[in-house]
Design a protein. Sequence first.
Length: 253
Amino acid sequence: MKKKLIVATLAVLTSGIAQADFLRIEAGAGLWQSEPSGTITDKASGNSDTLNASDQLGYQEENISYLWLNVKHPIPLLPNVRLEYVTPSFEGNTKKSFTWAGDPYSINTNSKLELQQTDIVLYYNLLDNTFWATLDLGLDLKLIDYSYELRNASNAYSDSASLPIPMLYARTRAQIPMTNIGLEADIKFIGYGDTQLYDFRAKVDYTFDYVPVIQPAIELGYRTQKFKIDEDGEDTKIDFEFSGIYGGVMLRF
C-alpha cells in the first residue's frame, strides 16, 4: 500500500513539474492606484538630510499604468517567460525648507521621483493546474531606471541610476472548481546588506469563456512594492513603499 501511495505521489509531482503540453499566452494591462510612503536621504558630503514622501515632499496617490505578458511553452527544460512593465512616478511641491547636497531649498520646491521597472521572469511550473492549483518558481531580473529631481528658482539637483537587480520569484494560483474565478498571488524578493526589495500582488480574476480561442478576463487586486536601497557610492538612500489596489483587463490565447 505504501509503495502504491509513493508511486501515485511521484506521478502527480512529475506531471506538475512538466511544462505545458501546448503553447499558452496571456497578456494584460491596467491601472494601479499607488500611494507612496517612506523617505529619501541625502548621503553626499556627510549630510544626513531626510525627506518624507507625503508630509514633506508632497507626493500623493497616483494612477500608475502597468503591462504584462506571460508565455508558457511545451519545450522541456527551458523556462517559461513572464515580462512586466510599470513606472511608479510621483511629483509634488515640498512643504518645508531644507538643505540638500549642501544647497538650501525653500518651501514649494518642485520634487520628482520615478522608478521605471522592467521585469524579466524565467520560471518553471512545479504544479500546472494540478487539482486546480498552480505553483511557479523562478528568478526575476528587475531592471530599474531611477531618477530624482529637486528644482526651484535658485537651485537644482538631480540623481539617477540604472540598477539590474536579480530577485527570487514565486507564484501560486487556485482555480475555484466549476467557476471561472481564479485566486492568485505572486512575490519577488531579495535582501542583502542594507538593501531590501520586494514586489507582492494578490488578486482575483474572472475569465469569460464564450470564445474558445481568445478568452478575455478582468482582474482586481492589491499590490505593494518596497524599495530600501542603500548602495555604496550612491548619493542618496531611498526607503519607499508603494501600495494600493489595481484593476485591469486580460486576454488568454
